[in-house]
Structure formats: C-alpha cells, structure tokens
Design a protein around this ligand. Structure first.
Ligand code: PMP
Ligand code: GLU
Length: 400
C-alpha cells in the first residue's frame, strides 16, 4: 500500500518537534514520568477574557457559518492597525492581511504561492523545522546560511549576500528565533534589508510569531524599513504570545497581489479559518495585554533559572537566548561518550539517551540544521524545569 504515496510526501520528513512530543506522550501514557521539554508550546492557559470572547461568540450564534476566506474584516482591520501602531508598518491595511489556520498554514500558503520548481529560498539557520519541508513540498530548494554559537546563532547580511543567486525567490528567518531564542537587532535587520533590496524579485518572509516573548524590549519588523513593505511577508499569530496554540489562528501581512494569491489558495484548501477562534483572536488583539506581558515575564524568569542550571552541567555550552522560550545548547562535548551499552554519536543519540535515562524529552538540533545542538523548551513550570535539569545533569554524569 506504500506505493500509493506520492514522491512528494515520501520525500517529506515528519515534524521532529511534533514527533518527539508524540513519543513523550506515548511514554507518559505507559505510566513513565516524562518531563516534556520538546514541544514549543506555552504551558499557560489562554487568558480568560479571550476564552470569554469565544463563549460569547457561540452564544451570539452569528459565527457558525464559513467565515470570509481571508478572515473577518474587523479582525483584519485590527491586525492592520496593530501592525501600523506597534510595528510601524505604515502601509498595512486590511487588504494586506490574510488570516489562516495558524502561522504554519500561513507559511505553507506563501511558499505554495511563490515557488516555481527549482527556485531557491535562503533560510537563516538554525531554523524552525517546518520551513525546509514546506519549501521542498512547494518544489523549492532550501539554501542554508548558518549562524553558530559564537555569534548567537545569527547568520549575517554578508552571508546572505553570498548565498543569494539568480534562482533566489525568497529569504526566511524567525526573530525571536525558534530554535535559538536569538533576536535580530534593528541594525542587523537593516543590513539584511539592504542586501534584499539589491535584488529585484526577492522577497523576505519575516516570521514574528514570538514577537511578544522578547526580553530585549525591542522588536523590529523588517517590513517597516523604507522600501521593504512591497518585498516583505510578515508572519505572525496568536499561538505563542496569547497561549492559543490549539485555536489555530495565524496571519500574514503581504503586498496585495500576494495576499490575494494566499486567499485564493486558501479558498481551495480550507475555505478559511474557524469563525469562533477568530472572534477569540480579535479579543486577544484588542483586549487587555497584561496576561501576555505576565507570561513573557514568567518566561524570562524561567530563562534565568535554566541558564543557571545549565551552567552547572560540565560540557554543555550555551548562549543566552533573548526571546521565545528555547535554549539551544551545543552538546558536542558528549559525542563519543558512553554509558553501559549506549554510545552517543550525535545529537539524536544524546536526546535518546536523555529520554531513556533521564525521562526528559528534548529535540535534536539536526532537525533545525544544527547537528551539534539540542533544543530545550522552557515553556514548563519552574518545578518541572528544576527536576528536568537535575535529571539531565545526573544522566550526563554517568557518561564516560
Ligand atoms: N513559526 C515558528 C517559528 C514557530 O515556532 C511556530 C510554532 N508552531 C509557527 C511558526 C507556527 O505556529 P502556529 O501554526 O501555531 O501559529
Ligand atoms: N512551533 C512549536 C515547536 O517548534 C510547535 C510544534 C510545531 O508546530 O512544530 O515546537
């Protein structure tokens, strides 16, 4: 029966983050006390006023039909207003906004709309797992430019310049970054924008889904720089900043022609997002921002906690993440070490060893383009984080 599957799907990797989370869930189901630090998902509940807006929307009885394909007009207007006022993207209007079933879906729409067979997309690496698979599915060729631990995993404008070719169609990065937690400064993004502007038909996909979890206090949107609006697709959503992963609401702000193309593809694939979830998202955007700010404060506290605990583990090398909720330590010092019959050859083995021995789930850096690293999500309680780091330390001390 395998032969029924297309080459396209056979060539696709399963999402490593989701695969690891599934494995952790299965082990938990068997009664094993797993601490899951693999999935990048807020452990907070969606703020009460957002929940209430969804309940009200149900009671009103007006949102059970198909929503407009690109999203409710008032939500699109509220998003455009937010982008103008908070992100300084002055050109943003409702017509530039397409609301989708999560930012992952927004990204899939974009690449399906712009890639022709063989087009190249430059990815700032380490990168979020789904970029490369979505690009390949659309017929594109990912070209990685790599940041490393020494420069906080931030590839540079010079690297971008060297990687752009006549086949380049787009460039994609996330800031704050999943998996590294690094944040591009305004100056760094300006340098990147200058390189992109040198090429007529290259667009940049700016994934800003972790915008609200930024400890630098400074979030820069590349679409706000002179001459960049027409070349930028800003991606954002409600999953992270508003703890709304399961509601599945994301959006893009793009030049009108591209927004219309994304609306067209969405009209064939999903007919648009869920009405009730969009009403909740609108309440998130226009209502009290204090819960989001409180969550960001809690992540910062946890970051500092985990940083101290990681420093106590000999062999682990880490930078200090400035946003999102991930550490991305280099664990290559453990490659070649063993305990009993388990040998650690690479980051995959490292994660497997930690899962078996410490009952903590992490994700291999190989999935994010950095095979010396592993990703640890600290979207977990302080108690869980302390226990997990203790277990990891103990397990690693058994290696020699
Ligand atoms: N971009 C990045 C960098 C992410 O980490 C995620 C998390 N899933 C997404 C996009 C997609 O988010 P969602 O589909 O939940 O809106
Ligand atoms: N973005 C999260 C992560 O990286 C959620 C899982 C996913 O969508 O891949 O873990």
């Amino acid at each position: 029966m395998n032969s029924i599957l297309s080459d396209r799907i056979n060539a696709m990797e399963e999402s490593a983050t989701i695969a690891m989370a599934k494995k952790a869930r299965e082990l938990k189901g068997q009664g094993i006390d797993i601490i899951s630090l693999s999935l990048g998902e807020p452990d907070f509940k969606t703020p009460i006023h957002i929940q209430q807006a969804a309940k009200d929307a149900i009671d009103e009885g007006k949102y059970f039909s198909y929503a407009p394909v690109a999203g409710y007009q008032d939500l699109r207007e509220a998003i455009a207003k937010k982008l103008r006022e908070e992100n300084n993207i002055q050109e943003a209007k409702a017509e530039n906004i397409v609301v989708s079933t999560g930012a992952k879906h927004s990204i899939a729409n974009i690449f399906m709309c712009i890639i022709n067979e063989g087009d190249e997309v430059v990815i700032f690496s380490p990168y979020w797992v789904s970029y490369s698979e979505i690009i390949k599915l659309a017929g594109g060729v990912p070209v990685l430019i790599e940041g490393d631990l020494e420069n906080n995993f931030k590839a540079t404008a010079e690297q971008l310049k060297a990687a752009i070719s006549d086949k380049t169609k787009a460039v994609i990065y996330s800031s704050p970054c999943n998996p590294s937690g690094s944040v591009f400064s305004k100056e760094e993004l300006q340098a990147i924008a200058e390189v992109i502007k040198e090429k007529e038909d290259v667009v940049v996909v700016a994934d800003e889904i972790y915008e609200l979890i930024n400890f630098t206090g400074d979030h820069a949107s590349i679409a706000s720089f002179p001459g960049m609006f027409e070349r930028t697709i800003t991606v954002n959503g409600f999953s992270k900043g508003y703890a709304m992963t399961g509601w599945r609401v994301g959006y893009i702000c793009a030049p009108v022609s591209l927004a219309k193309a994304c609306e067209k593809i969405q009209s064939q694939f999903t007919s648009g997002g869920t009405g009730i979830a969009q009403r909740a998202a609108l309440a998130g955007l226009t209502g009290d921002q204090a819960p989001s700010q409180e969550m960001a404060k809690a992540y910062l506290k946890r970051r500092d906690l985990v940083l101290e605990l990681l420093k106590e583990i000999p062999g682990i090398k880490t930078h200090v993440p400035e946003g999102a909720f991930y550490f991305f330590p280099d664990v290559s010092a453990f490659f070649g070490k063993r305990a009993g019959d388990q040998t650690i050859h690479n980051a995959d083995d490292f994660c497997l060893y930690i899962l078996n021995e410490a009952h903590v789930s992490l994700v291999t850096g190989a999935a994010f383009g950095a095979p010396d690293c592993v990703r640890l999500s600290y979207a977990a309680s302080e108690e869980e984080l302390k226990e997990a780091l203790k277990r990891i330390k103990d397990a690693l001390s058994k290696l020699n």
